[in-house]
Ligand binder design. Structure first.
Ligand code: MN
Length: 266
């Protein structure tokens, strides 16, 4: 009876299987929490998502690549040249995969472990409780009849700063940008969405460097350049860049141990 949190898989199905073997994963008694970006850029997206959605005791939050797949699948967005999820788009299972993705949350807080799972992070300007409430707003739209409208309006870096008075599709885009794309923030909570390295743009810092009002335990992915290290004991970075040739990592919530497998050379 163990619980593991796994960072960005991005279609690295063979490494996921190797990681599950390494932790002696038991599908009946163990629980998995994925941190989003289950697919894209890697080679075996259909196998990856079908494994994750059919395992018992398996949870995920949505990442930017998962939402991008939904946008492409529903005709809101053309695929980019870097996208590798044609195997899902061409599958007869696409409708059920898309329906399953639309039911997944952007933020999930666990009472059992007193922690929060999110793809990119929780900005210091929001409490955990507020992040959950805002996440529920987006999830309601994503599950409802107007989800295509949300996906059409999801792309874009503006507005760059949260404001409680934001409304409609702009509000939903801004919430989604914080929860699924954030890396750098200003002290005022302004997002800087163009930098992916560890080097801070002037006036900005990694979102997890700003002090929080409570000692929250947050597990997040999305930022492979961190190489699994945020420098904070309670803000755990678990994207260790498997799709970029590094490692896939699982964190055991009971023992606080990390387990990693190396990317397979292709
Ligand atoms: Mn991501």
């Amino acid at each position: 009876m163990s619980s593991y949190v796994i960072g960005d898989v991005q279609g690295c199905y063979d490494e996921l299987c190797a990681l599950l073997a390494k932790i002696n994963f038991n599908a009946q008694s163990d629980t998995l929490y994925f941190l989003g970006d289950l697919i894209n850029r890697g080679p075996k997206n259909l196998e990856t998502i079908n494994l994750i959605r059919t395992l018992p005791n398996c949870n995920t939050v949505l990442g930017n690549h998962d939402l991008h797949l939904l946008a492409v699948a529903s005709g809101c967005r053309d695929p980019s040249k870097k996208d590798t999820f044609d195997d899902i788009l061409n599958s007869s299972e696409l409708p059920e995969i898309a329906d399953w993705l639309r039911q997944q949350p952007l933020v999930h807080s666990s009472d059992e472990f007193n922690c929060t799972f999110v793809h990119a992070g929780i900005p210091h300007i929001w409490t955990i409780e507020k992040a959950n409430l805002l996440s529920r707003e987006v999830e309601t739209v994503l599950r409802g009849n107007d989800f295509v409208e949300f996906l059409k309006n999801m792309y874009g870096n503006t507005p760059s700063t949260w404001d409680d008075t934001l409304q409609g599709s702009i509000r939903h885009r801004t919430i989604t940008n914080y929860l699924t794309r954030m890396r750098f923030s200003s002290a005022q909570g302004e997002l800087e969405l163009s930098h992916k390295s560890k080097n801070e743009p002037e006036g900005f810092s990694p979102w997890f460097n700003f002090s929080r009002t409570q000692n929250d335990l947050i597990l997040f992915g999305h930022w492979a350049a961190l190489e699994g290290a945020s420098g904070k004991d309670n803000l755990l970075a678990l994207d260790t860049g498997c799709v970029w040739g590094r490692e896939l990592t699982a964190y055991c919530l009971e023992t606080k141990r990390r387990f990693s497998v190396s990317a397979i050379n292709r």
